[in-house]
Design a protein around this ligand. Structure first.
Ligand SMILES: Nc1ncnc2c1ncn2[C@@H]1O[C@H](COP(=O)(O)OP(=O)(O)OP(=O)(O)O)[C@@H](O)[C@H]1O
Ligand SMILES: [Mg+2]
Length: 312
């Protein structure tokens, strides 16, 4: 791999490498402009890398793009649907382009219309679809060829919770049949639901790579979150915590302090530190790290507040 891609002088990807095993799900997380879509485009042979190359389903994206294309499914961030055709005809068209006979194409289209809950609108032109329906139709078309490798670029953006859960089920059933999935997402819950492995991109580089559990582990521990009775006391609270050897993390709403801690006993230390300076606590909680915390810490390009470097 070692894939880089520049646009003009700007580096969108800077030496990214990874492997995914057959039947695994890799989630690519990263802020807007991190390079997720660029990476997906390169792996799906839609865009050449400036340097480096990759093998997808056993074939080189630069030397054997046709072989790669026959084995992949792709749903881009922006729906590619023929507005004048019905949902059914869109799917039949894709199946025919992939070489299916008419009857087989019809059968596959019917299956997918069912799986993506589009039956009621199947024979209406796609231009009459709602945004979420169009999104589902676009997704359905990436499943037509029963691909070995499926690329899903923000597949659930704009979907309602029911459709989102339906897509997750569909991804899981593809994976159970051996399909490899690379998906990008802004939803951390999605990574937690689906990913065997997560790669976080930041400005075109891999800033973290591991399982959801490993990423959480790197955050180092739990967080004590205290809501102050008087938001104006936030600076005093932060100062008292610092004196006690505890460091509040930035970015919390006014009147809340969040302190990463190594063990639950530190909860008492937080209470003591605040009590000493007369800061009254309205509510206090001890929470396990979530992927959200990991993502935020990485997205800020900082070390975690616990002082553990998160970049690998
Ligand atoms: N065709 C292009 N021409 C010029 N610059 C581009 C092009 N495509 C992408 N870029 C730039 O490359 C960088 C990475 O873009 P990319 O679309 O891969 O990000 P992303 O992680 O998918 O973001 P988002 O979450 O917003 O979809 C951005 O700075 C973007 O402006
Ligand atoms: Mg994108």
């Amino acid at each position: 791999m070692d894939i880089s891609r520049s646009f003009g002088g700007a580096r969108a990807l800077d030496g990214v490498s990874f492997r995914i095993g057959k039947g695994e799900v890799l989630c690519l997380l990263g802020h807007n402009g991190a390079g997720k879509s660029t990476l997906v485009s390169i792996l799906a042979t839609a865009l050449p890398p400036t340097s480096g190359t990759a093998r997808v389903a056993g074939h080189d994206v630069l030397r054997e793009p046709r072989e790669v294309r026959r084995r992949i499914g792709l749903t881009g961030q922006f729906a590619a649907v023929d507005e004048n055709l019905s949902g059914r005809d869109n799917l039949v068209l894709v199946a025919r382009l992939l070489g299916a006979r008419r009857a087989e194409a019809g059968r596959r289209a019917a299956e997918l219309l069912d799986a993506f809950d589009l039956n009621a609108a199947a024979d209406r032109p796609a231009r009459t679809y709602s945004g979420g329906m169009r999104r589902r139709l676009d997704l359905a078309s990436s499943f037509v060829g029963s691909p070995q490798v499926l690329f899903l670029d923000e597949p659930t953006t704009g979907l309602d919770p029911v459709s989102r859960a339906a897509l997750w089920d569909l991804v899981r059933s593809c994976v159970a049949e051996g399909t490899t999935v690379l998906l990008t997402t802004q939803y951390l819950e999605e990574a937690e639901q689906l990913a065997d492995r997560v790669i976080v991109l930041g400005h075109g580089r891999t800033i973290a790579d591991g399982t959801v559990a490993q990423l959480k582990g790197r955050l180092g521990g739990s967080t004590v979150r205290a809501q102050l009775a008087d938001p104006a006391r936030s600076p005093a609270a932060a100062e008292a915590l610092r004196r006690a050897g505890l460091e509040a993390v930035p970015g919390e709403p006014e009147g809340t302090v969040a302190v990463p801690v190594r063990e639950s006993a530190a909860l008492a230390a937080v209470v003591r530190a605040l009590d000493e300076v007369g800061v009254i606590i309205k509510e206090i909680s001890l929470t396990e790290p979530t992927l959200d915390d990991v993502y935020l810490a990485l997205a800020e390009g900082t070390e975690t507040a616990a002082g553990v470097p998160v970049a690998s």
